[in-house]
Design a protein around this ligand. Structure first.
Ligand code: TEU
Ligand code: CA
Length: 560
């Protein structure tokens, strides 16, 4: 039983509009800029575009703080520009999905301005207010962006809850009017013709009643409290209602952002009858980090941990459910710097990582610039960073006595701004991103790593991604074959097979900067073997005992 849906056969390209392409020289990417680059995305072979938020926003969190859900941010253009974008996308036979950010709004949204104006406002209950306890915040929950989740508001003398920045007050989903307004807004965009939603922080809508204190697990007044707001008690009800009122009426692509989700939760969230979304972004593989210290802690990511996480999700969602496949997005460092090698083997390791991911079962997501092998950036001063999470973390850590140099090191490794520097279009000033001054510094390696250069080079990372995407369209085994890990104890080489009918796909990826041997005894059972793609030229000859070059990747089609 193979149920095919268009979103299972798609490849998604994620655009972070602020950093993609500036059309008018103000240093900020915009909708006309995106329109001018649709040919490029089509050339790559992606057929769905996911736009990070383009709604009206004061940009405390670059558009994830929305002040008007039904209008376009001035810096990005107008509703007419957006309509043109949608039309141009559709004319190419492509689809457009929008970010749905409904855990919170901006504090400059009219609902919040009303809400904070008086305890009697009809919008008071649109947000989560609390009088506090003995002049202190109601509890010790720590905000994702540092400090308390509670912000005291002078006007009415109460605290409001914000899981993210102080300018992102959480909506009160317990209020049916909030839910109705959200559903209306969803209908508004669907009726404009969009093809789906990426659902921002969708599993945090329901908070544990009574707001109990979180246990002390680290120094300082504020403690991580995700267990009190991820998958909260009423989440399933809200999502079921959203499905009934909105999603069940249309054929959409829906992708949930669900930090910490387990495969069991994924199966229930994506169940064809009762689930609310088609697929979700799981996090285990990018947090394949057995060390302690959280996001900013020491980097102990390991391939075997990564393989274990990927294999678990591939296997557990094999017969029900559907995986997203991603290694990067606007919240993550650049994958080649993080999991590969952004020095000597940048090209090889960028292609190896792409091979490893794109040959798996699921819907691949490519984040802008990933297809060029763009790298992390290391700004010298904290002032050059724009990300609210990074800046808040730095400030809080310095106040707590942290050391500047080691903080900057962690920021270079993990800041979200690594993925937010402007896209490199060519070797001209500012990489062709803008004729003005970019809103955030550009990575100085743009003369070497840029789209123009790679479009004309058959061995480029871009051309390699293009071939991977084309292979997925050509070989059903890549879309539907059953995944099985091979040699699961090898510390350096990640190999797996995909099997469908008579065909077997063999994927071999060397995750290290040294030559490594690969020995697979089962090979002799196959009479025919054909190299489909590899990142070295000429490709390696498949033998039952072979040596892989640094970061070498190869994919073979085998037949008995
Ligand atoms: O991210 C939600 C999320 O899970 C964060 O905890 C994420 O880990 C964060 O980026 C810390 O690095 C979504 C968006 O993707 C992110 O860009 C927004 O800042 C956030 O929601 C708030 O809207
Ligand atoms: Ca602009």
């Amino acid at each position: 039983m193979k149920k095919t849906n268009w979103w299972k056969e798609s490849v998604v390209y994620q655009i972070y509009p602020r950093s993609f392409k500036d059309s008018n020289g103000d240093g900020i990417g915009d909708l006309q800029g995106i329109i001018s680059k649709l040919d490029y995305i089509q050339e790559l072979g992606a057929d769905v575009v996911w736009l990070s938020p383009v709604y009206k926003s004061p940009n405390d969190d670059n558009g994830y703080d929305i002040s008007d859900y039904r209008d376009i941010m001035d810096e990005f253009g107008t509703m007419a520009d957006w309509e043109q974008l949608l039309q141009d996308v559709h004319e190419r036979g492509m689809k457009l999905i929008m970010d749905l950010v409904v855990n919170h709004t901006s504090d400059e949204h009219s609902w919040f301005m009303e809400s904070r104006s008086s305890k009697d406002s009809e919008y008071r209950d649109y947000y989560i207010w609390h009088p506090g306890t003995d002049g202190r915040p109601p509890n010790n929950w720590e905000s994702v962006f540092s400090g308390s989740v509670w912000q005291y508001d002078e006007k009415t003398g109460e605290y409001y809850l914000h899981l993210y920045s102080t300018k992102q007050p959480d909506l009160n989903w317990e209020n049916p009017k909030v839910r109705e307004d959200v559903y209306d807004m969803m209908h508004f965009w669907i009726q404009k013709g969009i093809d789906g939603f990426r659902m921002d922080t969708i599993t945090t809508l329901s908070k544990t009643p009574g707001f109990p204190d979180a246990p002390q697990v680290k120094e300082g007044p504020f403690q991580p409290a995700t267990q009190y707001y991820i998958n909260g008690p009423r989440l399933q009800d809200y999502l079921a209602e959203m499905k009934r009122e909105v999603l069940s009426k249309y054929d959409l692509m829906t992708v949930g952002e669900t930090p910490g989700a387990t495969p069991e939760e994924a199966l229930s969230l994506t169940d064809e009858e009762t689930g609310v979304m088609n697929m979700l972004f799981q996090w285990e593989h990018i947090e394949a980090d057995p060390g302690t210290g959280g996001k900013w802690g020491e980097d102990t990511w390991s391939m075997p941990e990564f393989r274990r996480a990927m294999t678990k999700w591939q296997v557990e969602l094999e017969s029900r459910g559907w995986n997203t496949l991603y290694l990067s997005n606007h919240d993550q460092p650049r994958q080649v710097s993080r999991f590969g090698n952004d020095g000597e083997y940048r090209g090889e390791s960028a292609k190896m990582l792409a091979t490893c991911l794109h040959m798996m079962k699921g819907t691949p997501f490519v984040y802008q610039g990933e297809e060029l092998g763009m790298t992390n950036v290391a700004f010298e001063t904290i002032e050059e960073y724009r990300c609210v999470e990074t800046r808040n973390m730095y400030r809080a850590a310095i106040e707590a006595g942290g050391d500047h140099d080691s903080l900057m090191k962690a920021i270079h490794r993990k800041s979200r701004d690594n993925g937010r520097t402007p896209m490199h279009w060519n070797a001209e000033a500012n990489g062709g991103f803008t004729t003005g001054t970019p809103w955030i510094g550009i990575n100085p390696n743009y003369p070497k790593i840029n789209a123009e250069r790679q479009l004309g080079d058959p061995n480029s990372v871009f051309q390699y991604y293009k071939r991977l995407i084309a292979l997925r369209r050509e070989y059903p085994v890549i879309k539907w074959g059953t995944y099985q890990v091979i040699l699961e104890d090898d510390p350096y080489v990640y190999s797996y097979s995909r099997v469908m009918d008579e065909q077997t796909l063999l994927v071999i990826c060397n995750f290290s900067d040294q030559p490594r041997s690969f020995r697979w005894d089962t090979l002799h059972t196959y009479a025919r073997k054909q190299l489909l793609i590899g990142n070295y030229n000429p490709g390696v000859e498949l033998e039952s005992d072979m040596t892989l070059r640094p970061y070498e990747a190869a994919v073979y089609l085998l037949q008995s």
